[in-house]
Write a protein that binds this ligand. Structure first.
Ligand code: FAD
Length: 330
């Protein structure tokens, strides 16, 4: 591990100032991802700004009937919050499907959004990785790529975003609140994470000098008909091979609204609004779910070891939508 300097921010303004003009500085919140990456020499910040004591750990009601999740609220406190559990059960389930109890006690919501890929080549500083070292190549393309992307990848990067929380936030149409030297702004969740293109080292649209302060959930939580399904190699303490956040509004057996987002398949949480639109007006039954699943996977592309994810994702979508609708899984 390389030497670095450390300071602690007492206010959001302090934190933003500490990063301004210092491209080698990074925030540290729970530290559960950043410190691992520093130990692996995959990230090399020269200065850490500790934001863990900023007053951003509350979960509050918003005026429009939604909830504001503080960026520093812990993943565990968010998942077990009674309002989250009753109004956004899909979100609670997604968080509890991730990591371990100890990690969730430490990990923050902001840190979860900004966590980096678990691609083996990103972690291994002895191999090429365009995300870690732009221009060095992609070890995964011709290497071991079982956990990699099947949607939205590029010739420069086939890494996936590892978060569970973010998949549910994509389906819920959350908004990310950020503060920087130019003041506050909000970023719709769909625009927060990026596809790799030819700049895979840039994960998000957050400015290098901005801090995430909160995540706003809209009033609509799909509490009645939603679920989060995570398919992985082990039943716990494993990242998703494929995950699905599925939410429906159903009236008299007909789908009135649908949300569908996938994890483990792309560089960002993969929401498919066209497949959602296909479901509206259809009966809440397996045939409708299967048609939507096929539409989501239409452009999917597998590599040497991960082509199995395409049928796996199709089946996971049908199962998640069936569970959300409360109908028998085929
Ligand atoms: C063994 C293991 C298993 C895991 N399994 C899962 C899993 O199954 N599912 C899952 O979703 N996650 C999983 N995780 C990841 C875990 O959820 C993340 O490590 C955690 O959410 C990161 O939060 P943190 O507060 O510790 O972030 P940190 O490590 O403190 O920070 C992560 C990044 O976010 C930046 N950052 C932090 N807060 C802010 C902010 N407010 N504004 C701007 N930038 C910020 C930091 O600069 C850093 O770059 C696992 C982690 C481990 C170690």
């Amino acid at each position: 591990m390389r030497a670095f300097t450390y300071s602690r921010a007492d206010t959001v303004e302090d934190a933003v100032r500490a990063l301004a003009g210092n491209p080698d500085a990074r925030f540290v919140a729970g530290g559960t991802n950043l410190l691992d990456l520093m130990k692996a020499d995959a990230m090399r910040p020269a200065h850490l700004v500790d934001i863990s004591r900023l007053p951003l750990d509350r979960i509050e009601e918003t005026e429009d009937g939604g909830l504001r999740l503080g960026a520093l609220a812990r993943n565990a406190d968010t998942a077990w919050d009674e309002r989250v559990r009753s109004r956004y059960p899909m979100l609670s389930k997604a968080i509890l499907a991730g990591a371990s109890a100890q990690l969730r006690n430490m990990a923050t919501n902001g840190g979860n959004l900004l966590q980096r890929t678990r691609c083996y080549y990103f972690y291994d500083s002895g191999t090429p990785c365009n995300k870690r070292e732009p221009g060095s190549g992609c070890g995964a393309l011709t290497g071991v790529n079982r956990i990699h992307a099947i949607l939205g990848a590029s010739e420069h990067c086939i890494a996936v975003h590892p978060s569970d929380l973010c998949v549910a936030l994509a389906a819920l149409e959350a908004t990310v609140r950020v503060t920087g030297p130019r003041g506050e702004r909000t970023i719709p969740f769909a625009e927060f994470h990026r596809l790799p293109g030819d700049t895979p080292h840039i994960d998000t649209t957050l400015g290098a000098d901005e801090i995430v302060t909160a995540i706003d959930l809209p009033a609509r939580g799909f509490a009645e008909h939603s679920t989060y399904l995570k398919v992985r190699d082990r039943a716990s303490y494993a990242f998703a091979l494929v995950s699905v956040a599925a939410a429906l509004e159903i009236e008299g057996g007909t789908i009135r609204a649908a949300r569908l987002a996938l994890g483990g398949v792309a560089h960002k949480p993969w929401r498919d609004t066209e497949a959602e639109a296909m479901l509206v007006g259809k009966p809440a039954e397996a045939a409708s779910f299967a048609a939507a699943a096929q539409a989501v996977l239409r452009g999917a592309k597998g590599h040497a070891h991960n082509a199995f994810k395409i049928p796996l994702a199709e089946r996971a979508i049908v199962r998640a939508l069936s569970e959300a609708a409360g109908v028998q899984t085929p």
